[in-house]
Write a protein that binds this ligand. Structure first.
Ligand SMILES: [Mg+2]
Length: 245
């Protein structure tokens, strides 16, 4: 019997399909900003906003890329990168710093509102509820989703945004933080995620069990890695390991 006690989950593309959400969030919060800012500038008889939607969005992206290079320790802290990039763009367009700070924060609030509109896989809710009876559960994400506002937040005892720890996966810091929180050895923990580099590799290196969600079948997997094509298949892995389910 495997003495598995803790299961950690990646979120994006593990517990929900993230394609579409990011695209909607990206254009949605920037569109919200331009729409509301235009009205605000107009009311004050200030010069109108000078960048078109596409041009502004591209400038915003380029600013984030530059910031990630200039401040490498923040490269995985996407909320910080977005906030600073927006402030920079707003100031470059002539807004005073105080207004730039407020509008950037308001746009990020809209970003987070849209970003949590993810649709968990229908099976994920029941799965987490069941697993929560037998295991202690944690979430470890590189995404900048609001961890307390995401729809599955209630199932996790611990949730970590690795980028905000300034240690995005594959850095082991987030995994070690969880193991320390539960005070267990890596071999008593399992990580479930869709990224080979960011989920499987660091979990294996620490000696955790790793479950890789991937549709591409692979024959030669290292020992300790279990491949499934959807999170709903996780109970089968637990049965294989003789772990309770
Ligand atoms: Mg993922």
């Amino acid at each position: 019997m495997t003495s598995l006690k803790v299961i950690t989950f990646d979120l994006d593309d593990t517990l929900w399909d993230n394609s579409g959400v990011m695209a909607r969030t990206e254009t949605g919060h920037y569109g919200w900003l331009l729409e509301n800012l235009t009205v605000w500038l107009d009311e004050r008889c200030w010069p109108p906003w000078g960048l078109g939607f596409e041009q502004g969005l591209e400038d915003y992206l380029q600013r984030r890329k530059r910031l990630a290079l200039e401040v490498p320790e923040r490269r995985g802290d996407f909320t910080w990168l977005r906030l600073r990039a927006l402030e920079g763009q707003l100031e470059a367009q002539g807004l005073p710093r105080s207004a730039a700070t407020l509008w950037a924060a308001a746009a990020m609030n809209e970003f987070h509102r849209l970003r949590v509109q993810v649709m968990p896989h229908p099976e994920a809710v029941e799965l987490l509820a069941d697993l929560g009876q037998r295991y202690r559960l944690a979430a470890i994400t590189n995404g900048n989703i609001h961890l307390k506002r995401q729809p599955l937040a209630g199932y996790f005892e611990v949730a970590i945004a690795a980028g905000e720890l300034l240690a995005p996966k594959p850095d082991p810091k987030a995994f070690l933080t969880v193991l320390e929180h539960f005070d267990i050895a890596p071999q008593n923990a399992m990580h479930v995620g869709d990224s080979w580099e960011e989920d499987v590799v660091p979990a294996l290196q620490l000696g955790m069990h790793a479950v890789w969600i991937s549709e591409t079948r692979s024959n030669a997997l290292p020992e300790g890695v279990h491949q499934i094509s959807h999170v709903r298949e996780l109970p089968g892995v637990l049965v294989t390991l003789n772990a309770p389910y």
